[in-house]
Design a protein. Structure first.
Length: 346
């Protein structure tokens, strides 16, 4: 608002105050170096005196960009994604951009449609742990818009990715349980389309090296799903349960309390992700801490680099011939936190 005028200050007001043309003011606002420095200083002083705030939308249109980045997540209620988005937003905001977020509600069938909606308004897009079919992911990559994928790799597709080392986290859990003396373990699997779940299964496929026999049961990613599968998990005959994430583990703990099953006296239990409640459950949960905020910052930095014509984060694209394994792409490290929900088998 103009000082004492009661109306919004326009670029024309600034031009009159600075005794300059509207074009000159626009050039100063867009950091064009061809403006005489004395004149540019006069324009900046007029902007400060009048309290002028340029329209971000108008500036974006002038540059052919919206100044907005899109983020699509499976479930904003899950701290893994909300913490990631929070760190991503803070980093992006420092660069002068804004963030538009959508939630697919764990429905892979709507992810592509939501992603395309976001790309109508955003200059670039972050897909967090997308569950969509590979063909849909390929179609999005083919659009040519700056696209970054967090926690999923797709060998052979021209995609850039950032991620965390889920595989190493599960290996750490296996080593911990084996060291305690466990030999029979039950894994409560996550969403079928989840790359993070596939990485967990890939690690568990090598559990025999730790002397462990693993039984896999379908479950999901929510507290309700953990609660519902508790009795089936007990009947599988393991001495330890490895839950897909902390929410599943908390659901199991709740149902075990109802059934009179003692953790870890009767059965050990581990989670994954290190949500805040993991430290305050009864007993506190042994889990794998994932650097969610670090992942959000890394994703923001990589996507901004892509927008500026760089190579993004760790490349995960090209062709299979260029990158035949692709499972060795750089990933942020995780850390096992041992607490009271695991002990030697009774």
């Amino acid at each position: 608002m103009a000082k004492g005028r009661g109306k919004r200050v326009t670029i024309g007001d600034v031009a009159r105050e600075a005794d300059a043309s509207v074009t000159t003011v626009s050039r100063v606002l867009n950091d064009v170096s061809t403006v005489d420095e004395t004149l540019a200083d006069r324009v900046r002083q007029a902007i400060a005196d009048l309290g002028y705030r340029p329209s971000a939308t108008a500036q974006g249109l002038a540059r052919g960009r919206s100044g907005t980045l899109g983020v699509l997540v499976p479930d904003l209620a899950n701290p893994h994604f909300s913490d990631l988005v929070k760190a991503f937003s803070a980093t992006v905001r420092d660069s002068g951009a804004r963030v538009l977020v959508m939630d697919s509600d764990e429905d892979p069938t709507v992810e592509r449609e939501l992603a395309e909606d976001l790309l109508r308004y955003a200059d670039g897009l972050l897909l967090c742990a997308p569950r969509m079919p590979r063909a849909d992911l390929a179609a999005l990559a083919a659009r040519g818009a700056p696209l970054l994928v967090a926690n999923r790799r797709a060998p052979g597709l021209a995609l850039h990715t950032v991620g965390v080392d889920f595989h190493q986290g599960v290996l750490a859990v296996c080593g911990h349980l084996a060291q305690l003396g466990h030999r029979r373990v039950v894994y409560l699997a996550g969403p079928e389309g989840s790359w993070a779940n596939r990485e967990r299964l890939r690690a568990l496929a090598g559990a025999e090296a730790f002397g462990l026999h693993v039984t896999v049961l379908p479950c999901g990613s929510t507290t309700d799903e953990g609660h519902a599968v508790a009795e089936t998990a007990l009947a599988a005959g393991g001495t330890a349960l490895v839950a897909y994430n902390d929410f599943v583990a908390l659901g199991l703990l709740s149902r075990f309390a109802e059934l009179g099953v003692r953790v870890p006296d009767d059965i050990s239990l581990t989670g994954f992700d290190e949500i805040d409640l993991a430290r305050f459950s009864s007993p506190p949960l042994t889990t794998v801490a994932v650097p969610r905020s670090g992942l959000g910052r890394a994703a923001a930095t990589a996507l901004i680099r892509l927008l500026r014509g760089g190579t993004g984060g760790a490349p995960d694209g090209g062709t299979d011939a260029d990158d035949p394994e692709n499972a060795e792409a750089e990933a942020l490290p995780v850390e096992l936190h041992v607490r009271g929900s695991t002990s030697a088998p009774s």
